[in-house]
Ligand binder design. Structure first.
Ligand SMILES: NC(=O)c1ccc[n+]([C@@H]2O[C@H](COP(=O)([O-])OP(=O)(O)OC[C@H]3O[C@@H](n4cnc5c(N)ncnc54)[C@H](OP(=O)(O)O)[C@@H]3O)[C@@H](O)[C@H]2O)c1
Length: 330
């Protein structure tokens, strides 16, 4: 088993420098549970743990809760104290009592006594942030959560969240961040560094389609793969990437991104290089391909499906609109 590299979090605790994402493990993009492939998913998770992964990112939303059930099942035969488990409360459960109940359900599905880091998955302007934070602090007081944090919070929302704490700190913000999508470097990343907030980087491989000319050049210079350069870049920025991988070769390749560092010059070169129009288009093509592979060729039709509740539909719609706007016009 590979020895994990760690970063500091929440003052004195540690978090593995690279983790395992679990979105669409045990569920489709619509977050409907997929009960047909449990054995395969549990096997893949155990393979990841055997290879050395000790950080798992999940959410109550994933697979309608089934992803957490699969993780719980897979984790059973490993020492709990070695693991750092992140889960998230969905934006429709942010009132005080709802947060407490959501955490209980998550703990039950994970078969755990505590969650290491519990995040607000998305901000919800209709629920006062201090009400949600109060509930997270209660969970920490009760020993059900070790640390609290947020996800998809912009700088203003993060500052508001920080101002709402009374007993414990916000220790992390999980946001989209990759070597191609570096918007967080403009404001969130420097702010996070100054305020001891760990950035957890989601979709760090742009869903497996991140090869740009510069990354290819660096891969050859360091005798690493393009994905390893892309993940290492995030770690050099002190962010924790959480690539999702099911295949053993991907799990191994991604682990190989830790334990070494790009030079300061190369990090600066990467962070100074504007994302070309061609690379932006590459992401659009890969996103469209991913949606097609999931059988979602017509986004509008997908959004009209009955199972999606209105608010979830809006979030998905906003996400897709934001992504397309970002890629084509920003
Ligand atoms: N907080 C949030 O709102 C939020 C939003 C999105 C995601 N997330 C979290 O972040 C995690 C990662 O993001 P993501 O799943 O969107 O995207 P990602 O990690 O960038 O990409 C995952 C895809 O890339 C493939 N892949 C992984 N390693 C690879 C490699 N070395 N070479 C080639 N392909 C590789 C995987 O294939 P295989 O699985 O077949 O190996 C999978 O199809 C999620 O699983 C979730 O836990 C959080």
């Amino acid at each position: 088993m590979r020895i994990m590299e760690y970063f500091k979090i929440g003052g004195s605790a540690t978090i593995p420098a690279i983790g395992l994402g679990t979105w669409r493990i045990g569920g489709s993009i619509s977050d409907e549970p997929d009960y047909l492939n449990d054995e395969y998913y549990i096997g893949a998770l155990r393979k990841a743990f055997d290879l050395g992964y000790r950080l798992v990112d999940t959410a109550e939303l994933y697979g309608g809760g089934h992803t957490e059930e699969l993780i719980g099942e897979a984790l059973k035969s490993y020492p709990r104290e070695e693991f750092f488990i992140i889960s998230k409360v969905w934006h429709t459960h942010l009132h005080y009592e709802d947060v407490l109940k959501a955490a209980e359900r998550t703990l039950k599905r994970l078969q755990l006594e505590y969650i290491d880091l519990y995040l607000i998955h998305w901000p919800n302007p209709h629920v006062p942030i201090n009400e949600t934070i109060k509930a997270l602090e209660k969970l920490i007081d009760d020993g059900k959560v070790k640390y609290m944090g947020v996800s998809n919070f912009c700088l203003t929302q993060l500052q508001e969240a920080l101002d709402s704490t009374s007993k414990y700190e916000i220790v992390a913000n999980e946001v989209k961040y990759s070597a191609l999508d570096r918007k967080v470097e403009e404001d969130l990343l420097p702010f996070a560094r100054e305020n001891n907030i760990r950035i957890v980087a989601y979709t760090p491989l742009e869903r497996g389609n991140i090869n740009t000319a510069l990354l290819i050049g660096l891969a050859s210079k360091y005798s690493k793969t393009v994905n390893q350069i892309a993940l290492n870049y995030l770690m050099c920025q002190e962010a924790v990437p959480i690539p999702r991988a099911l295949r053993e070769e991907h799990l191994l390749e991604n682990l190989g991104a830790s334990g070494w560092r790009l030079s300061k010059d190369d990090v600066e070169k990467l962070s100074a290089t504007p994302v070309s129009k061609r690379d932006k288009e590459r992401i659009v093509v890969s996103t469209a391909e991913a949606l097609r592979r999931l059988g979602i060729e017509n986004v509008d039709k997908f959004l009209r499906k009955e199972w999606a509740v209105k608010e979830d539909k809006n979030i998905l719609k906003n996400l897709i609109t934001r992504l397309l706007r970002k890629l084509f016009w920003e």
